[in-house]
Design a binder for this molecule. Structure first.
Ligand SMILES: *[C@@H]1O[C@H](CO)[C@@H](O)[C@H](O)[C@H]1NC(C)=O
Ligand SMILES: *[C@@H]1O[C@H](CO)[C@@H](O)[C@H](O)[C@H]1NC(C)=O
Ligand SMILES: *[C@@H]1O[C@H](CO)[C@@H](O)[C@H](O)[C@H]1NC(C)=O
Ligand SMILES: *[C@@H]1O[C@H](CO)[C@@H](O)[C@H](O)[C@H]1NC(C)=O
Length: 381
């Protein structure tokens, strides 16, 4: 099974709920052949039909008055925008919207509705059983036990006015461009388990974690005795597992496993940005107006999880792959929680000691890691 259980269950529930009502394919899709559909929306026909259905039901409850363009038309326009970051004339024509005001407001309405579906389609493993399964898959994947997922900051380019100097500066991230940043958590299969609201690009990932709902829940032990994999920009805690900075042989073997699972986040964000090109450039932002950006980011995350469930083919990789966020270097080692340090040490001794007879990485996985995956390189998130 290729999907995290919560996501899978959620989709199953949605599917069965909807199939009783209106299984017919939306008529607006009929004119497009499969290939054209994929080009316009980067999604497949059954996936789009499912999304339209899910939105139609919510739109009824959200908007009291009848929306002027049909829900299908609105969704088509929005999905087309997510896929390309611009509107394709043939879709606008088909949808019958041709004024930029209505196009923009349509898209932002749909984004709000899809973002609101996060509670169903972006789900954390909440039961003992679900956690065990999720952690079991991570352990199978990289050999590190008791890990639920990977946490990382995801940066999305925006434009900001250089004339508003303070605000402009706040958007500049460690890679030197203006962005907004959201905290993402994904599992070992690239399902998104959590996305939090976006902040200005200069926000450090540790601050995101400290301020996030999930960060607080996790550190307060609400999600059990599990780790989340974090890059060098995070502080090691009892729940954030960071790579060892000056590793010996055993620690190196641990770092390799850490890099392998950490890399899943990079691939997940990369595949999301390729499918939903609007994420490559989210347009103008002022500090006060981050909610709309947040809705688009959450909407694309919901759609990413749904697309995975429907096994929609990935988009081809670009040559110049998105660089990774380098992470804030820690000034001193003194701040490190000694209890967490001890826990990581024990984990390494137990599962990554190179002196034991049995190597923990199976199938020569370590050899498959490219040099850039190593946490000693500077591309860490
Ligand atoms: C464009 O909008 C005008 C009125 O705003 C309308 O009369 C016309 O039919 C629209 N065109 C298309 C292609 O939808
Ligand atoms: C979850 O894992 C723990 C530790 O491996 C084990 O003791 C427990 O029985 C498991 N629970 C379930 C429901 O599988
Ligand atoms: C890690 O160590 C524990 C305790 O020795 C063992 O039960 C578990 O199977 C090990 N996991 C891996 C992936 O080696
Ligand atoms: C490497 O570090 C681990 C703890 O992270 C420690 O248990 C082990 O003894 C160290 N190995 C050597 C050869 O120093």
């Amino acid at each position: 099974m290729a999907f995290a259980v919560p996501v899978w269950l959620a989709v199953q529930q949605e599917l069965s709920r909807h199939s009783e009502e209106d299984p017919a394919e939306p008529s607006c899709l009929e004119d497009f052949d499969d290939e054209t559909l994929f080009q316009l929306f980067h999604l497949t026909r059954p996936c789009i039909a499912f999304i339209m259905d899910a939105i139609r039901i919510r739109m009824k409850t959200v908007t009291s008055r009848k929306p002027l363009p049909s829900v299908e038309a609105m969704v088509m326009v929005a999905l087309n925008y997510y896929a390309h970051g611009v509107f394709t004339p043939v879709v606008l024509q088909k949808a019958g919207v041709n004024q930029s005001v209505s196009i923009t407001s349509t898209t932002s309405t749909v984004s709000g509705v899809i973002a609101g579906m996060s509670d169903v389609f972006i789900s954390f493993p909440l039961t003992v059983d679900a956690r065990n399964r999720t952690a079991g898959k991570v352990e199978q994947f990289c050999g590190i036990p008791s890990v639920l997922g990977v946490v990382a900051p995801a940066h999305f380019k925006i434009r900001a006015s250089p004339y508003e100097r303070d605000s402009f500066k706040s958007f500049i991230n460690a890679l030197g461009y203006t962005s907004v940043v959201s905290q993402f958590i994904c599992d070992s299969e690239g399902n998104i388990l959590s996305v939090e609201k976006c902040c200005v690009g200069s926000t450090f990932e540790q601050d995101l974690w400290d301020l996030s709902f999930k960060g607080r829940e996790v550190e307060e032990e609400l999600h059990g005795p599990f780790w989340f994999i974090g890059g060098k920009g995070y502080s090691l805690t009892k729940h954030i597992l960071t790579p060892v900075s000056q590793p010996n042989d055993s620690e190196l073997s641990f770092n390799d496993a850490h890099a392998k699972i950490h890399n899943v986040m990079r691939q997940t964000l990369g595949s999301m940005k390729r499918r939903f090109k609007c994420l490559m450039q989210l347009g103008f932002a002022e500090e006060g107006s981050l909610n709309k950006k947040s809705n688009i980011i959450k909407a694309c995350s919901v759609l990413h999880n749904i697309a995975k469930k429907f096994s929609v083919p990935p988009l081809p990789e670009d040559v110049n792959f998105e660089p990774l966020y380098p992470g804030k270097p820690h000034s001193t080692a003194a701040e490190i929680n000694p209890e967490a340090l001890q826990a990581r040490k024990e984990l390494i001794e137990r599962n990554f000691s190179v002196l034991t007879s049995k190597q923990d990485l199976k199938d020569g996985d370590a050899n498959k890691l490219s040099p850039t995956d190593s946490n000693t390189a500077q591309e860490d998130m």
